[in-house]
Write a protein that binds this ligand. Structure first.
Ligand code: GLC
Length: 535
């Protein structure tokens, strides 16, 4: 079986915000089917679907109450099968989100496990408290305690995320058997793999107290433990190896060496991982503490990962992150060219590129004016915690504006009609007011648009073995310039990026394949945010 996932470009869909077809203000699967031609036109070869399973939506689908059924808000199993079949007709593979660190507290297993003598009791971590306090001092990813006391049981359960997301206990071998069945269920329906949610934290080596930290106290007991590696090897051997599919792991707090242990071919665990280090270069310790964006730090981190890992899963955006043009580019004066420069980089690094819905038209962060405009549980929890710690209001707001995941959740801007063509009803989350200027239809018809640029560079990549498989050789990383070469069998392509709003002198010889200015830059001088791809 070939590694076809190395040659394709992935597009992530967050179904809730993609396209509504029934007027309830929530995106749905028929809405995805309606846009498959659009994705094909862009050059997409794989779609990653954020969760569409049944869920009470405490964390918008990342809390699954039934892994074998579709959330009625999104449609039916028939819709899902039509989606898989229609995608296949267009040679687009579908991968699904696999959330197996935890389930929803509404999942049947959890509900049954609340009885002490239930056969499901040790599907989860149930523990008595210690002198009226939780079993240990760990803190959760969502700015709260990670033990919840359950009256019915008289014990606490562990949840590394929200209260409604109890962690599964993989010490019980039955749990992994259940998961294997779920994987086969979906693979048999024709999906081509999984994006594995927070997969390197599924094994807890002990439940001892952790060293006190600013965030994630306790994490030394669950980040990339040997038990997680073993589970991944078992899943690959018992399930994934029997299908033509691939896996990409979302792996938190990993170094290149740790990531290599999770995805090096000979380890037989995952096919690639999403690392976070480049996305953490504009923060202090945690994402809520903003640090000024420094292009050099960003480029150096990317180059480090490019040269350390045999293969990377490259991304600048997803449903957990603010919009990249607002963050790493200039969404005001140089919105167009800076979005294109980021596109050039994303699509010419070594690895599989992941585009998040709306990124290809340069969607920007939302100008929230208050917490009541935000839906995300993470932002609401952070606000509560920060208030408890007496952090000044203005600073809390700064933290929220920087970290809010809802920046990436606002509905896709399809056209300039009411609600940006997303819904005929009331959108579940506000639509960015700039949709009249920034929308898909306008950009599809304009050969100089950001979307057209994405399309051109995707096509360049698809036709180029050098860009798909060549090595990555860093050439220059200065305050604002990032230059690198991709090389294969004596052939080379050079990429030069200007990460600033100034004209900068850089020698560049060679035939220009693509520049992100519609007219070519002055030879030897890069314009603000210019990207040139040279042969
Ligand atoms: C991952 C998901 C995120 C979710 C969390 C808990 O980080 O990307 O959206 O909230 O896991 O499932």
């Amino acid at each position: 079986m070939s590694d076809w996932w190395r040659d394709r470009v992935v597009y992530q869909i967050y179904p809730r915000s993609f396209q509504d077809t029934d007027g309830d203000g929530i995106g749905d699967i028929p809405g995805i089917i309606a846009h498959l031609d659009n994705l094909k036109d862009l050059g997409i070869g794989i779609v990653w679907l954020s969760p569409v399973y049944c869920s009470p939506n405490e964390d918008n689908g990342y809390d699954i109450s039934d892994y074998r059924n579709i959330n009625t808000e999104y449609g039916t199993m028939d819709d899902m099968q039509i989606l898989i079949a229609e995608a296949e007709k267009r040679d687009i593979k579908i991968i699904m989100d696999l959330v197996i660190n935890h389930t929803s507290d509404k999942h049947e297993w959890f509900q049954k496990s609340r009885k002490k003598d239930s056969a499901y009791r040790d599907y989860y971590y149930w523990r008595p408290g210690k002198k009226g306090k939780p079993p240990n001092n760990w803190t959760s990813f969502f700015a709260e305690d990670c033990w919840e006391y359950d009256e019915k049981s008289g014990e606490y359960y562990l949840h590394l995320f929200a209260k409604g997301q109890p962690d599964l206990n993989y010490y019980n071998p039955k749990v992994l058997e259940e998961i294997k069945d779920i994987l086969r269920f979906w693979l048999d329906k024709g999906i081509a793999g999984f994006r594995c949610d927070v997969i390197n934290i599924i094994w807890k080596s002990s439940l001892e107290d952790g060293k006190k930290k600013l965030a994630l106290t306790g994490s030394e007991h669950y980040i990339s433990q040997e038990g997680a590696h073993e589970i991944l090897r078992t899943l690959k051997k018992d399930v994934f190896d029997n299908y033509d599919c691939f896996t990409v792991g979302e792996t938190v707090l990993v170094t290149p060496a740790m990531a290599t242990d999770l995805c090096a071919k000979e380890r037989k665990e995952l096919d690639m991982v999403f690392a976070f280090e480049h996305m953490e270069t504009d923060q202090w310790f945690v994402k809520w503490l903003p640090r000024k964006f420094n292009p050099k730090r960003f480029m150096k981190t990317i180059a480090k990962w490019q040269t350390s890992l045999e293969w990377n899963a490259n991304y600048f955006e997803n449903h957990d992150q603010p919009r990249s043009v607002s963050r790493f580019g200039d969404s005001k004066k140089y919105w167009d060219v800076s979005a294109k420069m980021l596109a050039a980089m994303l699509l010419t690094l070594r690895g599989t590129p992941y585009i998040y819905q709306g990124q290809e038209i340069g969607m920007t962060d939302y100008p929230f004016s208050g917490l009541d405009e935000m839906e995300d549980i993470e932002s609401h929890n952070l606000n509560k915690l920060a208030k408890k710690k007496h952090i000044p209001k203005w600073y809390i707001w700064k933290m929220l504006m920087r970290g809010a995941r809802d920046h990436g959740h606002t509905p896709v801007q399809w056209d300039s009609s009411k609600n940006a063509g997303f819904t005929t009803g009331k959108p579940w989350l506000a639509i960015n007011k700039n949709y009249r200027e920034i929308n898909m239809v306008a950009q599809k018809g304009d050969e100089n648009s950001i979307r057209s640029y994405y399309k051109k560079v995707i096509a360049l990549r698809t036709d180029s073995n050098v860009l798909k498989a060549g090595s990555f050789v860093p050439l220059k990383i200065s305050k604002h310039i990032f230059a690198y070469k991709r090389e294969l069998n004596g052939e080379a392509i050079t990429i030069i990026l200007n990460f600033s709003n100034r004209f900068l002198k850089v020698k560049h010889n060679g035939e220009v394949l693509i520049s992100n200015y519609s007219k070519m830059g002055i030879n030897g001088i890069l314009r603000p945010y210019e990207a040139v791809i040279l042969k």
